[in-house]
Design a protein around this ligand. Structure first.
Ligand code: HEC
Length: 165
């Protein structure tokens, strides 16, 4: 049904999003300027080593040890923006929703392809971070975490999915 309110909703949401990101960029810039945000090292020796080439899909899906390591790695390094237990307070995307679109797919093969694509999207984001118009919205983690740590965090996020697959 036509309603002006429903037409305006996305616009309002976009405006709110822009405002949130602008204030976040200021916070992030201040934090970096003061140099008081030290990434916490992640001990991954309990996990099977992955070697050099970047994996394109999560080798630790459903791995309990990876999920445990990913839980503390997330809480120490990501939660200040993405929220404790991955419940976003609004300043950065809620990562429990990463695979939501995949969960709604009926076809099992398409669902798997979708999850694999999200793995690549996830890895690119965590490796390179997010910078827009010169402002750092999210710092890069390449060179700080090995890929074992990055995939362990993804395993944790998969255990926190809003819509289980
Ligand atoms: C300084 C704050 C900050 C930290 C720390 C941070 N992020 Fe982010 N992250 C953001 C913001 C803000 C965005 C959205 C950026 C944008 O809209 O371009 C984002 C986007 C993402 C996305 C893409 C989500 C989407 O739906 O587009 C992923 C995945 C992600 N972050 C994972 C992580 C992980 C994993 C960590 C910890 C290793 C982390 N982030 C640490 C602020 C942060």
């Amino acid at each position: 049904m036509f309603s002006p309110a429903s037409l305006l909703a996305p616009l309002r949401q976009a405006a709110r999003h822009a405002a949130i990101l602008a204030s976040l960029a200021a916070v992030a810039a201040a934090a970096y300027a003061h140099g008081d945000v030290t990434p916490q090292a992640v001990d991954t020796h309990e996990l099977p080593a992955l070697g050099e080439p970047w994996r394109t899909t999560n080798p630790y899906r459903g791995n309990d040890i990876a999920t445990r390591i990913g839980t503390s790695a997330f809480n120490q390094n990501c939660a200040r923006c993405h929220g404790l237990e991955a419940i976003s307070g609004g300043i950065a995307p809620d990562l429990r929703r990463l695979d939501n679109e995949c969960a709604s797919l009926k076809d099992e093969r398409k669902k798997q392809m979708c999850v694999n694509e999200m793995d690549e999207f996830y890895l690119t984001t965590i490796r390179h971070g997010r910078t827009r118009n010169g402002a750092v919205y999210m710092p890069p983690f390449e060179g700080i975490f090995n890929q074992e740590a990055m995939w362990a965090i993804k395993a944790y996020l998969e255990s926190r999915r809003e819509k289980p697959l």
